[in-house]
Write a protein that binds this ligand. Structure first.
Ligand code: GAP
Length: 513
């Protein structure tokens, strides 16, 4: 675990050093849980967004996109339930004066019991060697049986309290389990209170009378309130989807793990409108399809798992997460929710406008049901970055840090390097850049030794380095170096474009889904 934490620290440092992610407002000592994307980060982020957008809108003829405003009429958030129910349960420690999410304190406590169980299992495995039967051990070892029963009891109480919004019940678990503040080490806890996660601001001058508006906590509502506009102007027939990428804002209290939990972040959401009664079939379809989208990137199939929700959001009748194995454990990257007709019905009620679909096949009108796929761009970025990072020992005691980014997502696709800065090699290299730059993000690199230049490109995940040497001037061939294998091949300049294209194009990636 400690080793994984070290790796994660190195990834965060690498992201800053190589222009991927900077802390926001850094020269003013930063702003907690807010980050900026640098010159390489923005390219990687844009490529992730393009991969998602094209997978949705190109590969599905019944999905179209929109780009709705961040500010929306405040009644939308009343209708959606966010004003009343988008809360975190918070608790303060009177000694440290620190505020915590009560649910996170309990989840961390359960994770500690799990760790104890794992430790017992690991100890026994060491003791018994090859003959160790883990299942049997878990069922029969008195200490493990006791820990498991305890874990189960806490977990059941926790789920019940969360589902019933029972704040006193959550506090009682913290008291009964003797959970201490990690800073003060005391159990001097306040009551648990609900805290709304939406940021508020004022629109209009106070002299004219101003209105409280919210920074949207999800992009989905912009889709729901445009459902009629898109359905009518696009003559869309159910089933159909509306996709959107955009910023969302949440006043997260427990902000940690770098860009995993941010106060300003970006979502890629798609609402798929279906006939009532067919929602479970479509839920299954999107659950499977979204996992295929992830796996096509080749980051490792074993790094994904589904996590079905026990506590459903106020709008859902089924929900699952796609979790990814981050250095700090399996974590949610995407949510797939069956949102019933909750949102459209609520907007119909609050706006007084009829929001229905006339189904010509059934010859009847109804409020469509919705399956939502919702993925955080930043979490996706983090999963790609973490799984691509490798510190590699090389022959001869040398080492390199390489990002094995999926080629279609890499910020820079190829770097062209003259072997020396003379003899017409820079000019020849520039000619190649001028040809490739129309299709690929291409770097020109002439400073430092060729080895150092390769290392710099490895560190940002550039799939190809092209070296121009004296032979190039004679026969128009170059050396093409592959990032992952470090293999070099002699190739004609005329063949560069098609070879690079075959490896880095989004088209090739989309075909793998
Ligand atoms: N419209 C549904 C919705 O917003 P969610 O599970 O709250 O559902 C969807 O959020 C996705 O948005 C998450 O799976 C995660 O990837 C991303 N996300 C949510 N909160 C985030 C935060 N504070 N920082 C970064 N990403 C976040």
């Amino acid at each position: 675990m400690a080793q994984q934490e070290d790796v994660f620290k190195k990834i965060v440092a690498h992201a800053k050093e190589y222009g991927f992610v900077f802390p926001s407002s850094e020269i003013y000592d930063g702003l907690s849980a807010v980050y900026d994307y640098g010159q390489n980060g923005v390219e990687l982020k844009n490529n992730i967004k393009r991969y998602w957008w094209e997978a949705m809108t190109l590969l599905h003829e019944n999905i179209v996109g929109i780009d709705s405003a961040i500010f929306m009429h405040p009644t939308i958030w009343k209708a959606s339930g966010h004003v009343d129910a988008f809360n975190d349960p918070l608790i303060d420690n009177r000694d440290s004066k620190k505020r915590y999410r009560a649910d996170v304190l309990i989840e961390d406590h359960i994770a500690k019991i799990d760790e104890k169980i794992d430790k017992e299992v690991a100890k026994a495995r060491k003791r018994f060697g090859d003959s160790f039967d883990e299942a049997m051990f878990r069922q029969t070892n008195a200490r493990v049986v006791e820990l498991l029963a305890h874990r189960e009891a806490v977990h059941t109480r926790f789920s019940e309290a969360m589902n019933a919004n029972d704040l006193d019940g959550l506090r009682q678990i913290i008291i009964d389990e003797e959970i201490v503040d990690p800073i003060s080490g005391t159990k001097n806890w306040t009551e648990v209170r609900q805290f709304n996660l939406m940021f508020k601001t004022e629109m209009g001058s106070t002299a004219d009378g101003s209105m409280t508006v919210y920074l949207r906590p999800e992009t989905a509502q912009g889709i729901f309130v445009n459902y009629l506009n898109v359905q009518k102007t696009g003559r869309m027939r159910i089933p159909f989807g509306i996709a959107q990428i955009g910023k969302a804002f949440r006043n997260e209290i427990v902000a940690r793990q770098f860009i995993f939990r941010m106060r300003e972040f970006e979502q890629m959401e798609m609402q798929f409108f279906v006939r009532p009664g067919s929602e479970m079939e479509w839920f299954k379809y999107w659950k499977e399809w979204r996992l295929r989208w992830h796996k096509a990137l080749g980051l490792g199939d074993e790094k994904y798992r589904y996590h079905d929700h026990e506590k459903l959001a106020h709008y859902a009748n089924a929900a699952t997460d796609i979790e990814f194995q981050m250095p700090f454990g399996f974590k949610e990257v995407e949510g797939i929710h069956s949102r019933t007709d909750f949102d459209l019905s609520q907007h119909e009620k609050f706006s007084g406008k009829k929001i229905q679909y006339f189904d010509p096949e059934l010859n009847q009108s109804y409020t469509p049901y919705v399956i939502e796929t919702s993925i955080g761009v930043d979490r996706m970025f983090l999963s790609v970055l973490c799984s691509s990072y490798e510190e590699q020992a090389l022959e001869g005691g040398d080492s390199r840090v390489v990002l094995h980014l999926p080629a279609a997502l890499a910020p820079v696709k190829c770097a062209v390097m003259p072997l020396v800065r003379k003899d017409g090699l820079p000019e020849k290299a520039r000619e190649i850049v001028d040809e490739l730059k129309f299709d690929f993000t291409t770097h020109y690199e002439e400073k430092d030794s060729i080895g150092k230049r390769y290392r710099r490109q490895d560190a940002i995940g550039t799939p190809f380095c092209i070296t121009v040497d004296h032979q190039t001037l004679e026969d128009n061939t170059v050396t093409l170096r592959h990032r992952d294998s470090m293999e070099q091949q002699r190739i004609s300049i005329a063949d560069l474009h098609s070879l690079i294209h075959s490896q880095v194009s989004l088209n090739a990636l989309l075909r793998k889904i």
